[in-house]
Design a protein around this ligand. Structure first.
Ligand SMILES: Cc1cc2nc3c(=O)[nH]c(=O)nc-3n(C[C@H](O)[C@H](O)[C@H](O)COP(=O)(O)OP(=O)(O)OC[C@H]3O[C@@H](n4cnc5c(N)ncnc54)[C@H](O)[C@@H]3O)c2cc1C
Length: 363
């Protein structure tokens, strides 16, 4: 193989698709045996859509829900502001599977149901070991997202992420048309939007110490969020969960930028390169853009260390701004002041939504 993508999420498939388009021999190793849901708000920004188009992925037949407005709220107030781009609500279940199918159709070897346990650069050759097999390639992309490979750690953070799909009431569905809602509550925030088939997708982050006090079930957590947000209460009330329990992932290292390099031939991409706080709704763009950029780096003979330094430098400004906004969201008084200000000047929200974007045209 010329290259192996370790992980078949957005970053890994983008890397593989871009390389395969130049005739390279590429493999994707994905630990899940089939289609699966992911802890993600299912919000795809304008840049993510542009990047998917760059990879010749047609979103039109997938039936996503167009989103043009952002609603920001906490207990007392809500502000609505136009987004500076047209976004789409589309489940990761459908999106990731579409990309993996496209990969297989374009000649990429897709190995499913195999977990990579070790990744080693022997100088001139990268060895990738799964539970049952060993593969070799000139280079590899570390694209295992929220899961770490032994020996290539990321720090652990205090937030726990959850996600659930629900069948909303007709009233809740109508109230969410064209809208993504970001709802702050004590210890975290939730994002809600409609995806294909009018399904309600809710993803939320909550501090682990608050979670311990509140409880981990949907009933306990939705009651906690609804106490702080009547809007959330309206959305969740009478909505039927489509899964027996929410998906969860702990230790999210929001704000992480991988500055320590791994090796000249192992390219970290997606959440293994940088983890942007999820309220920005830009993690999917970052994953796609970094996958494409790593493929281009390989084609240009730029080694993984130089690639990594370049991308981390590019993300610093964006991350600084998003971290500052994260602090505003987390502090009730600051948050209230920001929402009050934004009610008089919603264009501030539109501008910030634009400023927190990755400039994907630089891929
Ligand atoms: C609560 C929450 C809400 C979010 N909401 C949004 C949002 O609405 N919009 C947005 O743009 N971003 C959002 N994000 C961020 C976004 O989900 C991630 O940034 C994005 O999924 C990263 O893509 P990735 O390809 O790096 O990783 P992933 O999408 O996690 O893909 C990694 C893949 O690697 C596979 N894998 C893992 N370990 C191994 C292994 N050892 N061997 C083989 N395969 C392996 C996994 O099965 C997976 O398929 C959210 C994040 C959280 C936590």
């Amino acid at each position: 193989m010329d290259a192996i993508a370790v992980g078949g999420g957005l970053a890994g498939t983008a890397f593989a698709l871009k390389l395969a388009g130049t005739g390279a021999k590429v493999m994707i190793i994905e630990r899940t045996p089939g289609p699966h849901h992911k802890v993600c708000g299912d919000f795809l920004s304008g840049e993510a859509r542009a990047l998917l188009q760059h990879l010749d992925i047609d979103l039109a037949p997938l039936g996503g829900n167009p989103i043009r407005t952002l609603g920001l709220s906490d207990r007392a107030a809500e502000v609505k502001a136009p987004l500076p781009f047209e976004a789409i609500g589309l489940s990761r279940f459908r999106l990731d599977e579409t990309l993996l199918e496209a990969a297989a159709q374009r000649g990429i070897v897709v190995v499913r149901g195999a977990t990579v346990e070790a990744l080693e650069d022997l100088g001139g050759e990268v060895v990738v070991r799964t539970t049952h097999s060993t593969y070799r390639a000139k280079a590899a992309a570390l694209a295992s997202g929220k899961h770490n490979i032994r020996g290539i750690a990321r720090p652990s953070g205090p937030m726990v992420g959850f996600k659930l799909h629900l069948a909303p009431t007709n009233t809740a569905r109508a109230s969410l048309q064209g809208l993504v809602r970001l709802i702050a509550f004590p210890g975290g925030y939730a994002g809600a939007c409609l995806v294909e088939n009018g399904t309600l997708s809710i993803a939320w982050n909550i501090e682990s110490k608050v979670l311990n006090a509140v409880g981990t079930s949907w009933r306990e957590q939705s009651a906690h969020i609804a106490r702080a947000s009547p809007l959330f209460g309206e959305l969740a009330r009478d909505a039927d969960p489509l899964w027996t329990k929410p998906l969860a992932i702990s230790g999210l290292p929001y704000g992480f930028l991988r500055t320590a390099t791994i090796s000249p031939a192992i390219y970290p991409i997606g959440d293994q390169l940088a983890v942007i706080p999820s309220f920005a709704g830009d993690g999917t763009s970052l994953a796609l853009a970094s996958g494409i950029a790593a493929a281009q780096a390989m084609l240009n003979n730029e080694d993984a260390r130089a690639f990594q330094h370049r991308l981390v430098a590019r993300h610093r400004g964006q991350f600084r701004l998003v971290r500052a906004l994260d602090r505003v969201i987390a502090r009730p008084l600051l948050r209230r002041a920001a929402i009050t200000l934004a009610r008089y000047a919603p264009n501030i929200v539109t501008r910030l939504a634009g400023a927190t974007r990755l400039n994907t045209l630089e891929i």
